[in-house]
Design a protein. Structure first.
Length: 423
C-alpha cells in the first residue's frame, strides 16, 4: 500500500513541475477523496515556492462551489492584510472574482491569475486542486471545470498555473468531456484504492523479500486492519499478536500501542470483553508512556465502551471522562460530541439526572458549533425524553423545537461535520 500511496503522492506533487499539461483529471471514488485530499495536503507542504490550494467541499451548484473557494481565499487575504504596516501583503482580490454574477469558471480563471501574483517567488506556480467529496450536481461540475482546460492558444491566466480536478469513475463528467472535445493539455490518472486493489498491493509488499522487513511488517499491519474491517476477526487477532511481538523487539512503542488497541477492538467484537479490557489497558499504559494522545484517546473510549458492555458503569464513566479530557487537550471537538452522548447515558443509568442533562446540553452546544448534525439530533432526542420524563414541559418543547430544525438540516443532506469544510 505504501508504494501505491507514494505513487499517488508523486503524481500530485510532480504535476506542478511538468510543462506539457494544464489539467490533470484524477479518477477517484467518493470514499477515496479523504485520503486523496491528505496526500494533496502533503504536496502543499512540500512545495514552499508554489501556492498550492486544496478544496474538497461537495458540488451542489456551480455558483455556490466557486463562492466557497473565493470566500476562503478572501478570508486568508483579509487576514494577511491586517498585518502591521510595512509587512508584505497581497493585493486585494479583483472585483471580477468577488462578483457572484460573474460566470463561475471565469471567476476561477481570474482567481488563478490573481493568485499567481501571490506566489512566494517570481517563478512560483499556482496549483489548484479541486477534489470535491461529492458531485451532487454533475452539470454544475461540468460547468465549473469546462473552462479549466487548454483550448487552442495559451491564455494569460494559464501561465504558471495547473489544475487537478477529481472525476468520479462511477459517474464520469470530465473524462467524457475531454474525449468529446478532443482536448489537448489534459492528462488522466486513475486512483484505485478499492479493497481488492489494496489487499493485492499489501500482500505483494508483505511477501516481497526485497522490501525491508519494517515495511513488510507495516504492510501486514494494514492487512490486519482490513481483516478487522471485513469481519475476519480471528485472522486480524493473529496478525495483531504477531506484530505486537515484532514491534516490542524493534522498540517501536507507537506501533505496539496501535496493535494492542487493534487487538482490544477485535476481542470486543468477538465478545471476549475481559480480554479486550486487558488489551486496552495495556495500550493505554504504552501510549501514555510514549506520549501518544491519539492512541490514548481511542484506548480510553474502548475501555469506556467495554466497561459499559460489562455493566461496570462507574468505571465506564471514568474512562469516558478521561477520553473527554484528552479530546479537549487535542482539540478534537467531534469526538467530544460523541463522548458527551455516552457520558450522559452513564450518568442517566446512575440516576444522576441533573448531570446527564448538563452533559447533554454541553454536548448539544458543542455539536452545533462543530456542525455535527447527526450527533446534535441524537443528543436532543435524549434531552427531550429526559425532560418529558421529569415533566419539564417547557424545556422538552424547546428541545423538540430545536430537534425539528436539526432534522430539517439533515433532510437537506447536512449529515455530518464535514459540510463545506476544506481539506
Amino acid at each position: 500500500m505504501q508504494r501505491k500511496l507514494a505513487a499517488i503522492h508523486r503524481t500530485l506533487r510532480d504535476f506542478g513541475d511538468q510543462r506539457r499539461d494544464l489539467t490533470l483529471i484524477v479518477r477517484a471514488r467518493d470514499a477515496e477523496v479523504p485520503l486523496l485530499a491528505k496526500l494533496a495536503e502533503r504536496t502543499r507542504q512540500e512545495r514552499p515556492d508554489d501556492l498550492v490550494l486544496v478544496f474538497a467541499h461537495p458540488v451542489d451548484s456551480a455558483a455556490q462551489y466557486v463562492t466557497t473557494i473565493v470566500d476562503y481565499v478572501r478570508a486568508e487575504v483579509d487576514d494577511l492584510r491586517q498585518r502591521p504596516e510595512g509587512s508584505e501583503v497581497p493585493p486585494p482580490l479583483p472585483a471580477l472574482v468577488l462578483d457572484a454574477a460573474t460566470p463561475p469558471t471565469r471567476r476561477l480563471q481570474e482567481l488563478a491569475a490573481y493568485l499567481r501574483e501571490c506566489t512566494p517567488t517570481d517563478e512560483g506556480r499556482v496549483v489548484l486542486m479541486l477534489l470535491p467529496s461529492a458531485v451532487r450536481e454533475p452539470r454544475a461540475w461540468a460547468e465549473i471545470a469546462s473552462g479549466l482546460f487548454l483550448r487552442g492558444d495559451v491564455e494569460p491566466w494559464m501561465v504558471r498555473t495547473r489544475f487537478i480536478l477529481r472525476d468520479d469513475p462511477r459517474a464520469p463528467v470530465l473524462v467524457p468531456f475531454v474525449d468529446q472535445h478532443r482536448l489537448a493539455g489534459a492528462s488522466i490518472y486513475e486512483v484505485d484504492l478499492r479493497t481488492k486493489a489494496l489487499i493485492d498491493s499489501l500482500a505483494e509488499e508483505a511477501r516481497d523479500p526485497s522490501v525491508p522487513r519494517p515495511e513488510r511488517m507495516m504492510a501486514i499491519l494494514q492487512l490486519a486492519c482490513l481483516d478487522f474491517s471485513y469481519g475476519r476477526l480471528d485472522e486480524a487477532l493473529a496478525k495483531y499478536g504477531a506484530l505486537h511481538n515484532y514491534f516490542v523487539e524493534s522498540e517501536n512503542p507507537a506501533a505496539q500501542a496501535y496493535c494492542l488497541q487493534g487487538a482490544g477492538d477485535t476481542l470486543r467484537r468477538l465478545g471476549r470483553l475481559g480480554e479486550a479490557k486487558a488489551r486496552y489497558q495495556q495500550a493505554m499504559v504504552v501510549a501514555t508512556a510514549a506520549q501518544l494522545p491519539g492512541i490514548s484517546l481511542n484506548a480510553a473510549i474502548g475501555l469506556g465502551d467495554t466497561c459499559a458492555a460489562r455493566q461496570e458503569l462507574a468505571e465506564a464513566r471514568q474512562w469516558y471522562a478521561l477520553a473527554d479530557q484528552i479530546a479537549s487537550q487535542t482539540l478534537n471537538g467531534v469526538v467530544r460530541c460523541d463522548l458527551a452522548e455516552k457520558l450522559g447515558q452513564m450518568q442517566l443509568a446512575a440516576r444522576d439526572y441533573g448531570g446527564a442533562a448538563t452533559t447533554w446540553l454541553r454536548g448539544a452546544e458543542l455539536s452545533r458549533e462543530q456542525r455535527y448534525f447527526t450527533r446534535w439530533a441524537a443528543i436532543l432526542e435524549r434531552l427531550a425524553a429526559l425532560y418529558r420524563e421529569a415533566r419539564m414541559q417547557d424545556q422538552a418543547r424547546r428541545a423538540e423545537a430545536t430537534l425539528g430544525q436539526v432534522r430539517a438540516l439533515l433532510s437537506r443532506g447536512h449529515a455530518s461535520c464535514d459540510c463545506g469544510v476544506f481539506a
